[in-house]
Design a protein around this ligand. Sequence first.
Ligand code: E4P
Length: 223
Amino acid sequence: MTLQFFLDSANVEEIKEALAWGVIAGVTTNPTLLAREKGAFRPLVQQICTLMSGRPVSLEVLATAAGAMVEEAQQLAAIAPNVVVKIPMGEEGLKAVCRLQSGGQKIPCNVTLVFSVNQAILAARAGAAYISPFVGRLDDIGWDGAGLVEEIMAVFRRQQIDTPVIAASIRHPQHVQRVAAAGAHIATVPFSVLKQLAAHPLTTRGIELFLADWARSRPEERL
Ligand code: E4P
């Protein structure tokens, strides 16, 4: 299995640039990321969904009670066919996910703000399409966020739970390397981290040296 990358961003320019690299398979947003952008919510997310053409775009509900989450999820899902509704983990969230999987139109849900193996198992059982454990925010309180992803993946393998796990709240390249080694299906990364992944000082230095050597010995030659 190959780790997929999602971009954790609501910024159109970042999404366009990351798409041009050919490496992102989806986008995740949250209210904080969307609040940073200019312009009205609906045209912005419509533009993002169009740019991603068929690839999943997570949009999060603001409601906190199950009934209201279901209604909001239906409205968000109507924006574009590639919308995945992000539902915060918890009793109300689980109820909402379960309701959104029953009946006629099933709406794919990304259960977000997952901080334990047990929350991840419950989210899978309720019918989540994706589960998002938050790595960096666990590190922030002195825990091992990537370790949580390792534990979830080990339990999911053992329990034969195949719900895709999105390692979220990724803060630096080491997080990506660890969640990839753990077998996470997806890492959703800020654009700044995606850029760090592509870079290495020796790559930059290597290009400079090659160009300098060429310029020194064959400055006039071109293809
Ligand atoms: C994931 O879906 C969230 O949008 C995101 O990864 C949160 O990251 P943060 O903890 O850096 O805000």
